[in-house]
Design a binder for this molecule. Sequence first.
Ligand code: ATP
Ligand code: MG
Ligand code: MG
Ligand code: MG
Length: 482
Amino acid sequence: NSVSGDSIRQRFLTFYASRGHKVLPSASLVPDDPTVLLTIAGMLQFKPIFLGKVPRQVPCAATAQRCIRTNDIHNVGLTARHQTFFEMLGNFSFGDYFKRQAILWAWELSTAEFGLPPDRLWVSVYEDDDEAFQLWSEEVGVPVERIKRLGEEDNFWTSGVTGPCGPCSEIYYDFHPERGYVDADLSDDTRFIEFYNLVFMQYNKKDDGSLEPLKQKNIDTGLGLERMARILQKVPNNYETDLIFPIIEKASKLANVSYGIADDQTKRNLKIIGDHMRAIVYLISDGVVPSNVGRGYVVRRLIRRVVRTGRLLGIKGDGRGDLEGGAFLPIIAEKVVELSTHIDADVKNKAPRIFEELKREELRFVQTLERGEKLLEEKLADALSSAERNGAVPCLAGEDVFLLYDTYGYPMEITKEVAEERGVSIDIGGFDIEMEKQRRQSQAAHNTVKLEIENGDNIAENVPDTEFIGYDSLHCKAMIES
Ligand code: ATP
Ligand code: MG
Ligand code: MG
Ligand code: MG
């Protein structure tokens, strides 16, 4: 299949190989860089070269880099284009070619190689980057109506608080050209998808925030593999590409639901599993062990979210229904491993260990959930008897709902559902107050983390030993973005 995810990756690498790039393997998800928790972009392994700390081995390179962005976790299954785990295809120049060549090749790759119709492509440049604007308009011939100038937030790239940085230029695909040019907004994701980002790395950002010109100008790019697959395979979102959908199908089977006719919430839950299972398997394969600190905390929370989501979908045990104490994560992980050949061939060797780890972690968490079930029964009985004594309406206190959520992994909606079946209401206001208290606490914890990152200490040792604090957001943004 000429547009399979695997072939898109291969065609990208071959395109740049035949233009003088050395194809290098993906780096680990655990970066060799104390300022970043996990690998968030293809450029990370080249940062020392970009900074001039290490001599380049080759003038330019191309990779398919596995990446994790926990700051996108709240988008998983909600937007069509974000996962926590994705592959970033990248071409890099270490003081070799610069802006003009990068733009010309990106255009040629998108149109001649991948066959995207030129009139479906829009580009953005950094607001002051007249040079890039002119290259797109005059050399490539993109009509000026389809070139947008964007500000710092979108189009000035930095790798962290300090480090290499520079203006960007992005390429977007237009799913709805019939909507015309008037008021077209590249951030409208019902119409556009950003798929390729070119960073023209010209500066090093210093501790005091000042920009120092790099001795050699570099190119760093990222093209989202699942996004290109989504466009070329003509499916409505990244999750329905051949890179992720087989995992979703496996989960659907265990849950005994059919994705095609499922409601939106069910689809979203299946997408969460499809995404998180890839993240989990590749993290464990790269040596991350579930724990309460640092990277281990990220993987633990992803695992727990999958377990909880699976239960919401009605997956019980190993999904075969006849094995007491069975685990379903290893079964879904088999599919992830099956799809791993060209992402990381090593995963297959490590599979037995990964399955073991998943089983242990899942069963441990299920026990916690079941202890919570008992506690919930007790609290409901208390609420009923005290209501009867006082002639009041039975209600579960906000603190109890929160305790169940926080310590026992019980989502508020589930507690509410179970309680209502017994004619007990729950104090949602009280629960929200507890949540807010905790949000403030964890915010404070992460501010500490951030300072420590700025001091360049080893983050994995400095992340506070936090208890598990809920599922629906990983408050790892500060850690990841720093
Ligand atoms: P967006 O604005 O859509 O969140 P981004 O600007 O944050 O994307 P970049 O940091 O420019 O993304 O990364 C380079 C490319 O990697 C993007 O153009 C996109 O194709 C891909 N990409 C980024 N984040 C994700 C993600 N969470 N899931 C899938 N692909 C992604
Ligand atoms: Mg983003
Ligand atoms: Mg963007
Ligand atoms: Mg971008």
